[in-house]
Write a protein that binds this ligand. Structure first.
Ligand code: SF4
Length: 703
């Protein structure tokens, strides 16, 4: 396919920037920001503007199916027919012998909506197990649960267009300057034009986002709820409550008021490591805001108390009535390009398509009827970490991994290694041999990547875009939809007579009819001709819905939003001890994406931070006799990491930071941060506690 120009969407973060891709015989694929796109208006960040390197470099691609007949045999090239015959035979025989829950699928927020829908239908509807989860479990599941508890359904209320209508931003547990750069650029541009705009950042690190803030509350990890409650108390004391909204559109306010007003600012200050005057100042700024937007990401979600953190933050929007009107509302930032699309099609172990719940018998019946199957199992599926526990213990025998690299991204990496080694059968369906997990595959299936297949995605603001196929996939790689349909055929399942990806989307859209995420009037033709739409799109002429709850009617039975009272206000999942005196928090750096299988091969993206470094406060470094540039050993009860130290006052005393991206690229795996992290999860969302691992650090002495 030569000399073409197409419009598509970036395959990295949930911002969802529009990209123009040119493909010609001289330059190959080149990319540029789409000036007409409502999200990025022509801008791209470092990752997006280097996407063409990833597409043009096919040196690491899996080009044909590879299979091994036993763990002791090397993998060899096989035909697609043989590969899927084997997959069907092994899955059928394991299910026959050990039951449907002995197999599982682990998928990705990078899968397109059609792929997500199809694999969920296949697993929940036809394989008869709910053991299908996604790496979005590691980033968004606490936000999903928080929205449900507060608004009655998983629902991001606002749009990026609200940024330009707001005058106050609270960015908490997020570093959008690095992780959602174009979104942050829009906030900066808005502030440049409107200097009275205020930005508050809550983070244990003085990140690039914090440096741009008017007020940085450098909080101690795990104490976010205490801080939000103290801000809530001050808002109430100073009369910044929207009484009309609270009275007519919320429940539980009195309980909330009693709880926050019974706490003391001094105690909160001591627990959070933030001065009382700064707490008061934050409340003053929020209370006076005309348009108040709160934004958050993994700092809240990846916690043993992640759901409580989410609801405690949402309470601040309810107290001030800052929701459902232009320039105001809470806004969870999505890490992956289609994490939102995955939520729509029920892409998690506890969900069903179109925001239906697995634990609701009526919902299970409705979905089963729609798919033409007798029933859907009522047994909750295993979530991400639970699946690998089950593989390790032998309860689960086979796993099919699509477009994700759990060996680097899941907590306690050595346990994941053991789990994969213990599995009877591992299928890895991916684009690249680079993914560390691929080495454990008994069956390796070559998938088409970004630009090599068509489908749809939904970004952080509920905006659905159509991604056309621009180039052919290398070798024998097939789209995930083709692979899944061929597997369903081998399993002799009915209900998969789709001629193409568009037919899959059509079925999904039909399923949304009458729901809160209704896109039954949307189709490929409208997306191609009219551009992107924010759900719901409940009519033919409907332009989409930028803002939810404009009528102040929420999705709860009473149509009122709920003030939630947390079960715990502090993360005490692993308190610092003499042996492990530091709290380790993990996160992203500017130019890398997830486990670096794509960005890691772009040399210009390796210059900003060429190798992982441990951030340590100068006082901690002095006490530990560590100098800038020293190699240090970081240890937790789970394992060890050995990297260079960066002594910096941008991090709070007692706290350490490591980037999460690196895996086993060296001849050892001592740069893999998840060697250290623990497998504690939030009891509701089952999202891991990545931001709170107790560790020790010492200077490395060569033996
Ligand atoms: Fe891609 Fe996100 Fe960068 Fe936009 S901000 S170009 S979506 S990585």
């Amino acid at each position: 396919m030569q000399n073409t120009e197409i419009k598509t969407t970036c395959s990295y973060c949930g911002v969802g920037c529009g990209i123009i891709v040119k493909n010609d015989s001289k330059n190959g694929v080149t990319v540029a920001g789409d000036k007409d796109h409502p999200v990025n208006k022509g801008m791209l960040c470092s990752k997006g503007m280097n996407l063409h390197y990833v597409v043009n470099d096919t040196s690491d691609r899996i080009l044909y199916p590879e299979m091994r007949w036993s763990k002791s045999h090397p993998k060899e090239r096989v035909s697609w027919d043989n590969a899927l015959d084997r997959a069907a035979a092994v899955f059928s025989s394991i299910i026959k012998k050990h039951g449907p829950d002995s197999v599982g699928f682990y998928i990705s927020g990078q899968c397109l909506t059609e792929e997500y829908y199809l694999v969920n239908k296949l697993v929940k509807g036809f394989l008869k197990t709910n053991n299908i989860d996604t790496n979005s479990r590691l980033c968004m599941s606490s936000a999903v649960a928080g929205y449900k508890k507060t608004f009655g359904e998983d629902s991001v209320p606002i749009a990026y267009a609200d940024i330009e209508l707001a005058d106050t931003f609270l960015i908490t547990g997020a570093n959008p300057a690095f992780c959602h750069p174009i979104l942050f650029r829009r906030i900066e541009q808005h502030k440049e034009k409107n200097p009275k705009t205020k930005i508050i950042v809550i983070d244990p690190r003085r990140t690039d986002s914090a440096m741009a803030a008017d007020l940085h509350l450098q909080i101690l990890p795990g104490t976010d709820i205490v801080l939000y409650h103290a801000i809530g108390k001050r808002l109430i004391e100073k009369g910044y409550v929207d009484s009309d909204f609270v009275k007519n559109h919320t429940e539980n306010y009195q309980l909330y008021k009693e709880m926050v007003c019974n706490s003391s600012f001094e105690k909160a200050s001591k627990l959070c490591g933030v001065s009382v005057s700064d707490i008061h100042l934050a409340a003053e700024i929020i209370g006076k805001a005309k348009g108040f937007i709160s934004m958050w990401a993994m700092g809240l979600n990846q916690s043993a108390i992640g759901v409580d953190k989410n609801t405690a933050l949402l309470n601040l929007s309810l107290v001030t009535g800052q929701i459902g009107k232009p320039g105001s509302g809470p806004f969870s930032l999505t890490g992956q390009p289609n994490a939102m699309g995955g939520r729509e099609v029920g892409g998690m172990a506890n969900l069903l398509a179109v925001h239906k719940e697995l634990n609701n018998p009526q919902h299970r019946k409705e979905v089963a009827d729609f798919w033409g199957v007798e029933s859907i199992s009522e047994k909750p599926g295993l979530t991400a970490t639970e699946m690998f526990d089950a593989l390790e213990s032998g309860k689960m025998k086979a796993i099919w991994i699509i477009c994700t690299n759990p060996l680097v991204s899941l907590p306690d990496a050595r346990r994941v290694e053991k789990a994969l080694a213990n599995a009877k059968f591992v299928v890895v369906q991916d684009i690249s041999h680079n993914a560390d997990t691929a080495k454990f595959a008994d069956l390796l299936l070559p998938a088409a990547g970004w630009l090599e297949k068509e489908g749809t995605m939904t970004n952080s603001e509920r905006r659905i875009s159509y991604l056309p196929k621009g180039i052919n996939a290398p070798g024998e790689a097939l789209s995930d939809v083709e692979i899944l349909l061929n597997f369903a055929k081998k399993m002799k399942f009915s209900g998969f007579n789709f001629n193409n990806t568009e037919a899959v989307y059509k079925e999904y859209c039909l399923m949304t009819k009458g729901t809160n995420i209704d896109v039954s009037y949307l189709n490929y033709s409208r997306l191609k001709n009219e551009g992107t739409f924010q759900w719901p799109v409940p009519d033919y002429g409907h332009p989409g819905t930028p803002r939810l709850f404009a009528d102040k009617k929420f999705f709860t039975p009473s149509q009122k939003a709920i003030f939630n009272i947390p079960t715990s206000i502090e993360n005490t999942s692993a308190l610092p001890s003499v042996q492990y005196p530091f709290i380790l928090t993990t996160g992203r750096i500017r130019d890398q994406w997830h486990t670096m299988t794509k960005t890691g091969k772009v040399s210009r993206l390796m210059t900003h931070t060429p190798s992982p470094v441990l951030e340590i406060n100068p006082i901690d470094a002095y006490k530990s006799e560590i100098k800038n540039g020293d190699i240090v050993v970081i240890s937790s009860k789970n394992g060890e990491v050995r990297v260079k130290a960066k002594v910096t006052d941008t991090i709070k005393e007692g706290v350490l930071f490591l980037p999460m991206h690196w895996g086993k690229q060296l001849d050892n795996d001592l740069n893999r941060t998840n060697n250290l992290t623990n497998t504690i999860v939030d009891p509701i969302s089952k999202e891991p506690d990545f931001k709170y691992t107790t560790v020790s650090v010492t200077k490395y002495i060569k033996p």
